[in-house]
Design a protein. Structure first.
Length: 320
């Protein structure tokens, strides 16, 4: 809504007041207006109100290159696209989640009521399949705790290393690395494209990035760019050394710089990265249902085997 109002000729302050007057998000819009009246930048007002870091970063860049209207439109389009993906994910995950709930309810019933009777009738207390069914809740709990501890350990360790090093490690994780590279390549290409279109040089861009207040990664990249530029390292070579960025970005920088159209080519490449990220998300969501169904099928087969194996074994003993 804010993007539409500014595109319609409203100033930023007028657009915020209008949103507040029509009682769209009255509490949040009131807080933003109050913070802006006290002298805060629009991006910092949004940060104080708990908006996503990705939104605040784009707005901080817009204060630099002056294209607030374009930044708001990009934010609006990206939020709409992400909301569509969330709705698709909910639809895809709903049926498997119902099946999983039903499956775990069935396993609970088997463990609490059927399993003790089978053990008594078949005198098979020590059989592995009965032990597995009986200990399944404990196994699930231990696995969950291990995942939690590993995640907590990584989070604590990530606080002690630089953002560049942290994202370099994340960029090596299978499945996740594609999304990370798409998003960061999109962010850098989009913002650099806007800045280079304004006629800024690499030294000015790195200086402005190093002065960002929100993003640790972008700020570190700016400081690293300043350091490497003073050493005579070209932007193309710098980008090649970053594991969390697609290699194609360095090619775009070399090609665009040679043609004198670096800003335009970076903006076009940013759109390609965004489209690739959306495509990658849709492919990932298409895999979710089959994988969940496969897991359910394996659990059902395991339960069936745990119940039927001792029955077949007891029948064999009878006929012998």
């Amino acid at each position: 809504m804010l993007a539409s109002l500014i595109e319609g000729g409203f100033s930023l302050a007028e657009a915020c007041r209008f949103i507040h007057q029509v009682k769209r998000f009255p509490q949040t819009s009131g807080q933003i207006i109050g913070k802006m009246n006290s002298g805060e930048e629009f991006s910092q007002a949004l940060k104080s109100c708990g908006f996503q870091k990705s939104i605040v970063i784009q707005l901080e860049f817009s204060h630099i290159h002056g294209d607030l209207k374009g930044a708001l439109r990009n934010i609006s389009d990206s939020l709409s696209a992400m909301e569509k993906q969330k709705q698709k994910l909910k639809k895809i995950a709903l049926y498997p989640m119902i099946l999983l709930i039903f499956l775990f309810a069935t396993l609970f019933f088997l463990r609490q009521f059927l399993l003790p009777q089978l053990k008594d009738q078949l005198n098979a207390n020590d059989e592995w399949y009965f032990v597995l069914l009986e200990e399944l809740p404990a196994i699930t709990l231990v696995a969950t705790m291990l995942i939690f501890l590993i995640s907590l350990t990584f989070w604590l360790l990530s606080k002690r290393i630089s953002q560049i090093k942290k994202h370099s490690i994340l960029a090596k994780i299978p499945f996740f690395k594609g999304f990370l590279k798409d998003y960061l390549s999109f962010t850098l290409a989009q913002e650099w494209g806007n800045l280079f279109k304004q006629g800024l040089e690499i030294k000015e861009v790195s200086l402005l990035m190093s002065q960002l207040e929100t993003s640790g990664l972008m700020k570190e990249i700016g400081l690293k760019m300043q350091e490497d530029t003073l050493k005579g390292i070209s932007l193309e070579e710098q980008v090649k050394s970053w594991d969390f960025i697609h290699e194609e970005l360095s090619v775009i920088i070399f090609s665009g710089d040679a043609k004198g159209k670096l800003g335009d080519e970076l903006s076009f490449y940013a759109r390609l990265c965004w489209q690739e990220m959306i495509y990658r998300m849709e492919k990932a969501m298409q895999l979710i249902q089959p994988l969940v169904f496969l897991f359910i099928a394996l659990v059902i087969l395991g339960v069936y085997a745990a119940i039927m194996l001792p029955l077949y074994s007891s029948m064999g003993d009878v006929f012998q």
